[in-house]
Design a binder for this molecule. Sequence first.
Ligand code: ADP
Ligand code: MG
Length: 728
Amino acid sequence: MPNTRFKALSESRTRVHKTIKETGRRSEMFGKNVFNEERMLQFLTKEAFGKVKSAIFQGNKIDRKIADQVAEGMKAWALSMGATHYTHWFQPLTGSTAEKHDAFFDILSDGRAMEKFEGGQLVQQEPDASSFPNGGIRNTFEARGYTAWDPTSPAFIYKTTLCIPTIFVAYTGEALDNKAPLLRALHAVDEAATAVAQYFDKNVRKVHATLGWEQEYFLLDKSLAHSRMDIVMTGRTLLGNPAAKGQQLDDHYFGVIPPRALSFMSDLEKQCTKLGIPVKTRHNEVAPNQFELAPVFEEANLSVDHNLLLMDVMEEVADKHNFTVLFHEKPFAGINGSGKHNNWSLATDTGVNLLSPGSTPMKNLQFLTFFINTIKAVDTYEELLRSSIASASNDHRLGANEAPPSIISIFIGKQLSDVLDELEGVSKGKLSPQEKTELKLNVVGKIPEILLDNTDRNRTSPFAFTGNKFEMRGVGAKTNCAKPMTILNTIVAKQLKDFKKEVDALIDKKSLKKDEAVFNILREYIKTSKRIRFDGDGYGTEWQEEARRRKLSNNKNTPEALQVITSKESIALFKTMDVMNEVELNAHQEVEYEAYVFNVQIEGRVLGEMVYNHIIPAALSYQNLLLENIKGLKEVYGAAHKKVAESQLNILEQLGEHMMEIKKLTDEMTAARKRANGLSTTERKSRAYCNNVKPYFDTIREQSDKIEKLISDELWPFTKYRELLFAK
Ligand code: ADP
Ligand code: MG
């Protein structure tokens, strides 16, 4: 193994960075490999184009005849681009993407060969679904699932394959993926938000959720990353003594991007631009070898697809540049982990951002309506929102004093808090003309100015208002954004639906004017959702105590956080909003428990192998060296050798203790794993892994790091932190 380490080190030192030529403007390159509107106009009949547009805009079904026409057009375009294969591109519950390529090439009955792609193949496929996680949805006699075209996310060509974004569902219709529930949630929020937006503007016909993610990641030299079995198998380091230098000098954040990383980024951005991913920002992040990439925001479903595609493309481009990219939320102890902030808002088809104040009091009341309803939704369903970002890997981040805590709260800043305080004082029922004028001029009317200098940002908040959008910061770097986006849009949809009902009731039954009714309901929401607002330090222990008093949930680990998914309230919510039924919720929860168990189990196994087969043998080698040396000294010095060999004897003793301890702990961990595996349900297993197995990881690591510090560098089998993190 030391050989592997030193070989990797010497390989990493010989790297030269590839020069990436900029071939033309990004704007000209943008979407070149996407079957977008421009291509559709060119390759589709007018009729087919119109039908696809109405499918995108109104969710209308596309019949077989039109599907044939679209398939014909897509095929012609794909072949003109040199594509040879097509695939239904989907998001099984593994968290990443899946694809199975089929060639366009086919043999006709008369033996001639030709390129074939028909409506049927575009619209629906039946991949062998039995090996994807299904949480028990598919019983054995009906193990089939199918993928179905999602026309709202355009097809694209990646390398030589035409990729068609699809949902993945069981034959009985239940979602086996992350996209189907997301599409349903987006539909729900569209319906609910459109109805509310029409209070303020009758012309609004559609509202779509917008998402702009910020992807953080680590770049490691490929040989170095591959020299560590923990990185290869689990995406993170399970042990490793911290380097003398970490991020304490703050010399990486926003620093000059190292040339090798920069050529990777340029190459990546070119690929992304062609694929229609509007990448915009790149910079160094806080930790050494950590970076961030952010695009311009897009409609949420498309944005989710683009993030998944980006992660695939990144892995591939990284490999080309002899890098390994890590999306794990906590690849290294002692330095920052990686997140994926989800910036979210709602936009109308009339071009208005509903979380952005406007130029008239009415527009600002609209802003307040969506702003306060979002706060109320998060307050009611904070625990559910927390569950959407739970995973074994993100557990290392949430609540670990670098990312937002596992308690969900909302930061809105002092000025907006003052506005809400004022609104809380609005009279019940009808408002006097003076009160109305006062509200319009001095409270609602002042909002745009307030937001202009609303710059005090609280980085510790998990859900922060940042001027014209909310930023959800607890999302893990690896997480499929579809999960938090499904929950967030569902709860906001439910809240807006309730709001509309309440306002309408006041208008109908109490004959209040529309704005009076809106003010009245908002006032109540401000009162009842106060506990979720917190502008202070989210990292402090005081907040944990305060949050407990406020009865906010604080689920520190995944097994705890997942429970709420199948609570009575959650089941009712998802059912009313037509997002998921009980079977789906149970299945999705089961898959999450299972993923947790597997992840921790794999880590436990890898750690065991590292200890028994690498660390203990390395320690033994060093022990033998010491013994050899001491024996020699004894030959020369006789009884006096004890004084001369004092430090060797001391090291020997320490080493013996750590070896004994690490062996004992690893034995215990293995036994705990066995016990956990024997439990009857996945939920129970996940708890056992969390509470009885995982704690050993830290104590084993402690011993390993001590041995690493003690023994000769030459004998240490695993590439060290300083070598991994400071290779450029
Ligand atoms: P920062 O927060 O770093 O100062 P910005 O405010 O420009 O930077 O935006 C950060 C991220 O928020 C970007 O990825 C951007 O695409 C996204 N974003 C901006 N406006 C919206 C919006 N209305 N809806 C969703 N995401 C948005
Ligand atoms: Mg960042």
